[in-house]
Design a protein around this ligand. Structure first.
Ligand code: HEM
Length: 512
């Protein structure tokens, strides 16, 4: 045992020396400034972006950090993110290449972790056909029905977390697989949810020691439990994805799985590849939207004036005799600004979608080495006082005063979120209807202090996830209640019909 430990130590030391020597031959420029860490393990992994923010204050808008063999470069301004991730896209478009994620969890099948290259581009083309502005418009009727269902559920429960989860999962499941999440696929959904947790915590900067010292991957399985853990997660989700896509292909209804089979982009894909491509849309689309809706509730509790201002606008434009609809969107600048502010105030991916730099680069007089992990620190960008005055406060009006403010929530460059149009539509109809229908208050069982204590991210990894918190949804008047009840009663619940119309309006099928 002692011998194995000693051999590991010697190998790691030699490897680090080798890496440092190679680097010094590559450039005479220094790495960006950054902290010297005697004990990297002391960095808090929860809300790591707050630690990054502290480093930006000490070292400037571009910071570097050495962790084992890894160099991490943290970008803390919109201008730098745009200069590198947008303008030098060919170098900065590979998402984090992690031993743990790529070799054990994704196994080359999960598009989000693919290198920027031909295979990823085929998945991307497939995703953008499903999520283009035109396809998103075609999905409005489905979003209309599902948001009416959510609104109706909130009449009898304050469990808004479950209501939102059902809303987004049912929308995504219907599109991906042609049906609601039901008892028969609850288990598959749970595996997919767990996959989301594995991927987002694995994409964290420092979760896995094997990524800091990749040589540890050579250890026998007996000493590397992560291998079995990663593979089990991969197998569970693969089985769930394949089961769901197979069942979707048998459905009479139109759905993304069937449509994908008729697309030229996927003609060379195996069933397994397609299953991961479609499954990724479910995973990427549901948790992000669901968590953003919970953040909108948090903002309503902590900033009731903003909620009331949105309600005044809704009352003026929509009145109390009908629900807000997609046709109202352009006439509701404050509600749209409220949503932009939710996306800025608590960005879903505060440390961005980490990238791996594919070639050596130089910027602002610094050397940025190939293989470095690049973090677009959205948190720092969104709290930049030179752009967002009184940045910590929730102020939707800033987006009305200056509609050109930069929004980092959906990322940058060629890996920018392909689902952003869809997400905005889905958020708009859910939030506009929720604020139109309900006064959101602290429940009698908790205080504003309890709510404030819950205003933090509780998970490891790259996603901002609020812990459970309570809110009371009080319908705004008997008239509003009647409209909600009628809305759900009259909603088109014929999913075959809804999906067929989406397929017809959004796509012209080209059979293989
Ligand atoms: C509030 C909602 C959402 C937010 C805040 C969000 C945010 C993001 C971010 C920050 C990234 C990484 C971008 C980067 O690396 O720069 C991303 C990637 C991605 N998102 Fe979203 N997203 C949302 C909703 C959606 C939806 C609804 C879908 C699909 C239905 C979706 C599909 C994807 C996919 C497939 C990727 C991976 C792209 C790649 O491989 O490069 N997202 N998203």
């Amino acid at each position: 045992m002692a011998f194995i430990g000693l051999s590991c130590l010697v190998t790691i030391t030699l490897y680090i020396c080798y890496k440092l020597l190679v680097r010094s031959n590559r450039s005479t420029l220094p790495l960006p400034p950054g902290p010297t860490l005697l004990n990297p393990g002391a960095i808090p992994q929860k809300e790591i972006w707050l630690t990054f923010r502290k480093w930006h204050k000490e070292h400037g808008p571009i910071v570097s950090l050495k962790l084992g063999v890894q160099t991490i470069i943290i970008l803390g301004s919109h201008r730098i993110a745009r200069d590198l991730l947008d303008k030098r896209g060919s170098l900065y478009s590979t998402h984090l290449q992690s031993v743990y994620v790529n070799k054990y969890i994704a196994k080359g099948l999960q598009p989000v972790f693919m290198q920027y290259g031909p295979e990823w581009k085929l998945h991307r083309r497939l995703h953008t056909t499903f999520l283009s502005p035109q396809s998103t418009r075609a999905c409005q009727a489905l979003l209309d029905t599902q948001s009416k269902k959510t609104l109706h559920s909130l009449l009898s429960t304050n469990d808004f977390g479950s209501c939102f989860h059902n809303y987004v999962s049912n929308v995504m499941f219907n599109l991906a697989y042609g049906k609601d999440v039901g008892e028969e696929n609850k288990n598959d959904q749970e595996h997919m949810d767990k996959m989301f947790e594995s991927l987002t915590s694995a994409a964290s900067v420092m979760t896995f020691v094997v990524d800091i010292f990749p040589i540890l991957d050579r250890l026998p399985r007996l000493f590397s439990r992560w291998k079995g853990k990663g593979e089990a997660s991969h197998n569970n989700v693969k089985n769930a994805f394949i089961k769901c896509i197979q069942s979707a292909l048998q459905q009479d209804t139109w759905n993304w799985s069937k449509e994908a089979f008729s697309k030229k982009e996927s003609k060379d894909f195996s069933l397994e590849q397609l299953a991961f491509s479609i499954g990724e849309l479910y995973i990427a689309g549901s948790h992000t939207t669901d968590s953003t809706l919970r953040i909108a509730v948090m903002a309503s509790l902590l900033y009731p004036d903003a909620m009331r201002q949105a309600q005044r606008e809704l009352d003026q434009v929509v009145g109390s005799q009908r629900l807000p609809s997609f046709e109202d969107q352009d006439k509701l600048p404050y509600v749209n600004a409220f949503i932009s502010e939710v996306l800025r105030w608590r960005p879903m991916a505060p440390a961005g979608g980490p990238r791996t730099l594919s070639e050596d680069d130089e910027y602002m007089g610094y050397f940025l080495p190939a293989g470095a992990t690049i973090i677009a620190n959205q948190w720092e960008m969104d709290m930049d006082e030179s752009i967002f005055e009184d940045a910590p406060s929730f102020k939707p009006e800033r987006w009305i005063q200056n509609p050109d403010l930069p929004l980092s929530a959906f990322g940058f460059g060629r890996r920018i979120c392909p689902g952003q149009h869809f997400a905005r539509s889905s958020l708009f109809i859910a939030i506009a209807r929720m604020l139109w229908a309900y006064d959101i208050d602290c429940p009698v069982t908790s205080t504003l202090e309890d709510v404030k204590a819950a205003d933090r991210s509780e998970t490891f990894g790259v996603i901002y996830t609020l812990p459970p918190f309570e809110a009371s949804f009080r319908v705004r008047s008997p008239e509003h209640q009647q409209v909600i009840e009628q809305g759900w009663q009259m909603a088109n619940k014929d999913y075959n019909d809804l999906l067929k119309t989406i397929g017809h309006d959004a796509f012209t099928p080209t059979k293989r």
